[in-house]
Design a protein around this ligand. Structure first.
Ligand SMILES: Nc1ncnc2c1ncn2[C@@H]1O[C@H](COP(=O)(O)OP(=O)(O)OP(=O)(O)O)[C@@H](O)[C@H]1O
Ligand SMILES: [Mg+2]
Length: 401
């Protein structure tokens, strides 16, 4: 009995799908041209316009996965990788822990070359001990030294994820960017990648010291094309040794709408429904449908909606009154504000990728299921009295003093 069970478990192929934030997909859909171009830079150090890259797109669209994939490629090509997110203390983290760790992972010859810069103290085995007290620590000089020690064998890839437009964060990022731009002027071989939603990246470009970023390569993440979506399903399943029936594939592609997170969720549920069968069938895809949509609502759509400002949310609520596309003039009426005001928010939401223009004077949700999610939220709020779960009728009694 026990033995049977063990055999069965060993036979169950693990799902090759990767639902979850920041989980690098087994098969990366889309953006082939960008990868080819950036990988060529890793091999040749011929940067062209690729010293800086801006990666923008909605939550769950694949920004972090793109960055992680680039990092792996860069390491394979012998580059040093500095990766962090744009949270407070960025400069300190990079200079006090990331760079020392990178130094100690370098070859002995490269480390020996670093000793001549006089920035760091090394022990007899040429391992990093500390910074020299006499030299003012500057990221710029660290990067230049690291780059020269690498010589022609590689460059430095710096990736900063989760750029968001809080004032403190932007000020810190702009100081960080200034150091990078100086290092570039000094000839360091650096590629820097910033990722975030479009409005945050625009805010970063508007900061002082970040003008060099205006010449960046821009990589925008929208949903995958239908063809790429099919390919991701087919090739990911093939990695796990299974095929997908044609009708099941059609169902999975249309349910995911090319939205990367949903592709992974749907594929994963379909896979797990009957993991030992040689093919994924329509029955598996049908079960996956409901589960995937429920999961994407709680893991993605609610976060997307929660990230938005009150006015952005009101705009989308006004749109959700229509099942398909919405006339901008109707939004003006429903929000009871001026046309100019609505235009400002419309542009913001289009820039961030939540909404797109759908014919003259119309807008439509870009993210599949966002409209349905909002409709359901609003209905639930109306049902239980303004979203307080009906508690308005039962205020807490005052405590005796
Ligand atoms: N190009 C792609 N092809 C197939 N699957 C992808 C692709 N990009 C991302 N995914 C999958 O989508 C999910 C979300 O990816 P990721 O975390 O990179 O998104 P993100 O844009 O960084 O989201 P956030 O803005 O919330 O940080 C993961 O499950 C990942 O495996
Ligand atoms: Mg991310």
């Amino acid at each position: 009995m026990n033995n049977d069970l063990e055999v069965k478990m060993a036979d169950t192929a693990p799902s090759p799908f990767t639902p979850g934030y920041g989980k690098k997909p087994a098969i990366f859909g889309g953006h082939g041209a960008e990868f080819t171009e950036l990988r060529a830079v890793f091999d040749t150090l011929d940067f062209g316009e690729n010293h800086s890259v801006l990666v923008s797109g909605l939550r769950g669209a694949g920004k972090t996965s793109f960055i992680t994939t680039l990092q792996d490629d860069a390491r394979d090509a012998g580059w040093l990788v500095i990766s962090d997110d744009a949270s407070a203390g960025l400069m300190g983290r990079v200079m006090d822990s990331t760079i020392p760790a990178l130094i100690n992972a370098m070859t002995r010859e490269s480390r020996a070359r670093l000793t001549s810069f006089g920035i760091w103290e090394f022990n007899a085995e040429i391992e990093y001990v500390n910074r020299h007290r006499t030299v003012k620590p500057q990221l710029r000089s660290d990067l230049v030294a690291l780059s020269s020690a690498l010589g022609a064998s590689g460059g430095i890839l710096i990736t900063i994820d989760e750029v968001s437009s809080g004032k403190v964060r932007l000020r810190e990022l702009s100081r960080f960017a200034l150091q990078i731009s100086h290092a570039l002027e000094d000839g360091a071989q650096i590629m820097v990648v910033f990722a975030g939603v479009k409005v945050s990246l625009d805010a970063l470009l508007a900061e002082e010291h970040t003008t060099f970023l205006r010449r960046s390569r821009e990589v925008e993440f929208e949903r995958l094309s239908a063809g790429e979506t099919r390919r991701v399903f087919i090739e990911t399943a093939a990695i796990g040794g299974r095929r997908i029936d044609e009708d099941a594939l059609t169902r999975l592609v249309s349910l995911s709408q090319g939205y990367p997170y949903l592709v992974q969720l749907a594929g994963d549920y379909a896979w797990r429904n009957n993991p030992n069968a040689p093919t994924i069938t329509l029955a598996d895809a049908t079960i996956a449908h409901d589960k995937a949509i429920k999961a994407v609502e709680s893991r993605v759509i609610s976060r997307v909606y929660g990230d938005l400002s009150d006015v952005d949310q009101k705009f989308l609520n006004a749109m959700a009154e229509d099942d398909d596309r919405t006339k901008v003039a109707d939004i003006v009426k429903r929000m009871d504000v001026s046309d100019a005001y609505v235009q400002v928010y419309k542009k913001r939401l289009i820039d961030s990728g939540y909404v797109h223009a759908a014919g003259h004077g119309y807008v439509q949700f870009s993210l599949p299921y966002l409209g349905a999610y909002i409709r359901r939220q609003l209905a639930a709020e109306a049902r239980d009295g303004g979203g307080t779960g009906g508690w308005d009728a039962y205020p807490a009694p005052e405590l005796p003093s």
